[in-house]
Write a protein that binds this ligand. Structure first.
Ligand SMILES: Nc1ncnc2c1ncn2[C@@H]1O[C@H](COP(=O)(O)OP(=O)(O)OP(=O)(O)O)[C@@H](O)[C@H]1O
Length: 261
């Protein structure tokens, strides 16, 4: 899919979104970005520049933080979800999230996958459950490694496998957006490669993937588009190729050349 879009055709976009912590400290200044189905966007920038804060806006996760205020528009399927009556339970079914540290539930591999679909009343039969477990684990490239131990604890897996289990668990809800907050930072290079492959393959099925990463090589390997954040501002966005080969903003050029991190 062509990695571009204006907000008009985008699956998800924000318009002048700001975030204040403790009601006053504006950690994210007005930010407008758009995201298409079937693409991967990387959010990059030095530590503390607001990448994760912005990512958490997209499924209203900042609402879990006391005294945090998010203003501006967050359009999902052309509907502004940043309203007090938005149903968070429903929204997060469609906009899933994978965190930095793998966080499998203290349950079997199978029950990790089925937990949320059961809660949402989506499983009607044993056959449906079996199929969902297999499809989700295959999408996360974990099926072959765990198919003979589905009833064992998810906590018995390696770190990289646990992270893929968390991705499979997210995919079991059939989201159309998945947010990844530094999903590989706790993983070795082989597991990292596997997660990157998984992200690309998920995007190829039409899911919109957005990933916060500190790893510039990862951004170039995995993403179609990149947005650079600096001190709470989204400074530049474009195709990943353009951002890395011909940055316009001097701060971005300095960041890419390693002058600060
Ligand atoms: N829960 C919070 N309460 C108060 N301030 C916060 C909170 N989370 C983040 N901040 C502040 O908001 C700013 C942006 O932080 P954020 O974590 O979004 O940056 P980041 O670019 O994702 O950083 P990193 O790459 O280190 O994870 C920082 O000044 C940070 O201290």
């Amino acid at each position: 899919m062509t990695p571009t879009s204006g907000e008009g055709s985008a699956l998800l976009y924000t318009k002048d979104v700001t975030v204040k912590y403790d009601y006053t400290h504006e950690a994210l200044h007005p930010t407008s970005l758009s995201f298409d189905a079937g693409t991967v966007t990387a959010l990059i920038g030095p530590s503390g520049c607001g990448k994760s804060t912005y990512l958490r806006c997209l499924n209203l996760m900042n609402r879990e933080i006391p005294r945090c205020v998010v203003e501006g528009e967050i359009h999902y399927h052309d509907h502004d979800v940043n309203t007090p009556d938005e149903n968070l339970f429903e929204l997060r079914k469609s906009i899933g999230m994978v965190f930095q540290q793998p966080t499998p539930f203290r349950k079997s591999i199978r029950e990790n996958i089925l937990f949320a679909p059961k809660r949402h009343g989506r499983i009607k039969s044993r056959e449906e459950a079996d199929e969902l477990v297999e499809t989700s684990l295959r999408q996360a490239a974990l099926w072959d490694e765990v198919k003979d131990k589905l009833n064992q604890s998810g906590l018995g897996l390696s770190g990289g496998q646990q992270q893929r289990l968390c991705i499979a668990r997210t995919l079991a809800m059939k989201p159309d957006v998945v947010l990844f907050d530094e999903p590989c930072s706790a993983l070795d290079p082989i597991s990292t490669y596997s997660i990157e492959e998984t992200i690309r393959s998920i995007a190829s099925t039409g899911i919109c993937c957005i990933i916060v990463t500190h790893n510039m090589e990862q951004a170039t390997r995995v993403s179609d588009r990149t947005a650079f954040f600096y001190v709470g501002n989204m400074v530049e966005t474009g195709t990943t190729k353009q951002i890395f080969s011909a940055p316009n903003d001097q701060r971005l050029a300095n960041y890419l050349s390693g002058r600060f991190g």
